[in-house]
Ligand binder design. Structure first.
Ligand code: MLC
Ligand code: AMP
Length: 501
């Protein structure tokens, strides 16, 4: 038995109950999910995927992509989802590092992917492609490959301060424990209808939203992407929404929000800080207090505001019932008193199994007593409620997507005529933060923002590319020679010659 799929199967309502519905009229029951995920599992096995093999998937969001994930669980494979926005060179790094048995891409990417050292199969948003042909041809049932709770279900890449992405290894036990806790905490039942507008290459959209809904026997209203007008249209048929803060700030601009939201039970936000002002504005507009929770790839969800009782704007709530959370001195790891800011650390069944083939990085991420070091700075009040106040890592979160300045700096520094660069996050009312770069030319070189941006086209996914670039004579440094990013951030508003790109 595949531990995680088995958990989903055990909590399934009757086979005929609706599970997934799309705007273009596709209706899948729970019985369809079992049958169709079996077909994907058979196709994977037919392509030589063995237990523990990685299956990398870079496709547009679709129901087929979700069923392929479930099929991968049943085949005992390790699912490795990749953002469709990544360039082929970015994907090349993941393929070299994870050495997947198979890479599944949209047909439009097949030609570029053929250059990668990995067999390629195709799958489009309508569930067609070479993998689908195989799934249909490989008739018969599927006996799930036995997979215990501590083996690997998925690897999700997340970058570090070095700019080199690390594969976070997640087990079926990690994913099931976290989702079960959330089903209870957020009171999900088979009567729920979850509006699903998140991408499915991250913890939030793939694991939290899908596992919680499926383990509750609920129904997913499946949207290909976040479209505020479509959300508003569907809201009267839904009970819950999970989103990043940008979802909520964009929904606030929609006329008719209050009426559409009247029958909703729960709005959940996470992946990036929800401004207290947005929380209050949403409550004023709809009467709903958004429930903010906090998590990360390596851990799934860590804290959540309460279902009952006040949801505190600007705070992310207490630890989940099965999580032990502490705030520590970043240097010593010793817990600090309530009210004092320190490193957020935790232990729990949700904490990942380490970084893929990087034992040193794994060791650095844990304290000797087993607590995982998140890299987020926070403080707890007397009741254990957590507020995230900053990040010890140099990280920009734009619209819920993480961008590591070091990776962007390395790409800019490799462009002709560039001596060095510094990448910072600037406040952005829509995306929370936006990427900005200060670039210093080599002596005698002339640079302009448009040419720099064109040079990044094939190297960096668009969401990582700077929205603003300023050319400067030099970068501000402290006496140790370290670039003073705080100085750059503070000075940005006063710089006259920046260019929007
Ligand atoms: C798209 N673009 C972005 C962007 N998303 N740029 C910066 N930041 C982003 N997040 C760019 C595109 O490349 C494009 O550029 C332009 O913006 C418009 O593209 P789009 O596809 O129309 O964007 P849009 O639909 O508006 O998407 C914005 C968004 C989306 C916020 C709805 O990014 C999104 O769904 N974000 C959710 C991310 C997420 O699920 N995070 C969870 C991580 S898990 P151009 O120039 O070509 O026009 C995690 C753990 C946890 O963090 O706690 O949950
Ligand atoms: P990721 O590595 O993509 O999983 O991103 C995880 C990071 O997102 C966390 O370490 C936090 O920095 C941030 N994050 C997630 N949820 C919240 C939240 N509710 N408030 C503030 N930051 C958050």
């Amino acid at each position: 038995m595949s531990y995680l799929f088995d958990q989903i199967r055990q909590s399934m309502p009757a086979a005929g109950r609706p599970a997934i519905e799309t705007a273009d009229g596709c209706h899948l029951s729970y019985g369809d999910i079992v049958a169709q995920s079996a077909a994907w599992a058979r196709a994977l096995v037919a392509l030589g995927v063995r237990p523990g093999d990685r299956v990398a998937v870079q496709v547009e969001k679709s129901v087929a992509a979700l069923l392929l994930y479930l099929g991968s669980l049943r085949a005992g494979a390790v699912f490795l989802p990749l953002n469709p926005a990544y360039t082929t060179s970015e994907v090349g790094y993941f393929i070299a590092d994870a050495e997947p048995r198979l890479l599944v891409v949209d047909p439009g990417r097949a030609a570029a992917a053929a250059a990668l050292p990995c067999p390629v199969a195709t799958l489009d948003a309508d569930g067609r492609g070479s993998l689908a042909d195989l799934a249909q041809a490989a008739a018969g049932g599927f006996a799930d490959i036995p997979r215990g709770p501590d083996e690997l279900a998925a690897i999700l890449y997340t970058s570090g301060t070095t700019g080199r992405a690390k594969g976070a290894m997640l087990s079926p036990g990690n994913l099931a424990a976290n989702a079960r806790t959330l089903v209870d905490l957020w009171r999900f039942t088979a009567g729920d209808v979850l509006l699903h507008a998140l991408p499915v290459f991250h913890v939030h959209g793939l694991f939290i939203a899908c596992h919680v809904a499926l383990l509750a026997g609920a129904r997913l209203l499946w949207l290909p992407r976040f479209d505020p007008a479509a959300i508003l249209r569907l809201m009267p048929r839904a009970t819950t929404l999970m989103g990043v803060p940008t979802f909520y700030t964009r929904l606030l601009d929609q006329p008719g929000l209050a009426a559409a939201a009247a029958g909703m039970r729960l709005f959940i936000s996470g992946s990036a800080p929800l401004l207290a002002d947005s929380h209050r504005a949403f409550a004023a507009a709809t009467g709903h207090q958004i429930l903010e929770r906090y998590g990360m790839t390596e851990t799934g969800m860590i804290t959540s505001n309460p279902y009952d009782g006040p949801r505190r704007p600007g705070w992310v709530g207490p630890a989940l019932p099965d999580v032990v959370l502490r705030v520590s001195d970043p240097e010593t790891g010793r817990p600090v008193p309530p009210g004092q800011t320190g490193m957020v650390e935790l232990r729990g069944p949700n904490v990942f199994k380490g970084y893929w083939r990087q034992p040193d990085k794994t060791a650095e991420a844990f304290r000797p007593d087993g607590f995982f070091i998140t890299g987020d700075l926070g403080r707890c009040d007397d009741t254990g409620c957590l507020q995230i106040v900053g990040r010890a890592r140099d990280l920009i979160i734009s619209g819920g997507l993480n961008i590591y300045p070091k990776e962007v700096e390395e790409a800019i520094d490799a462009l002709p005529g560039v001596l060095e660069s510094a990448v910072i996050g600037l406040p952005d009312p829509d995306l929370g933060e936006q990427v900005a770069a200060v670039v210093v030319p080599r002596p005698g070189a002339t640079l302009d923002p448009a040419t720099l941006l064109a040079g990044l086209h094939d190297r960096l996914a668009r969401f990582k590319q700077p929205r603003r670039i300023v050319i400067a004579d030099r970068l501000p440094r402290n006496t140790m020679g370290k670039v003073q990013k705080a100085v750059l951030r503070a000075a940005w508003g006063k710089v006259a010659d920046y260019s929007d790109v």
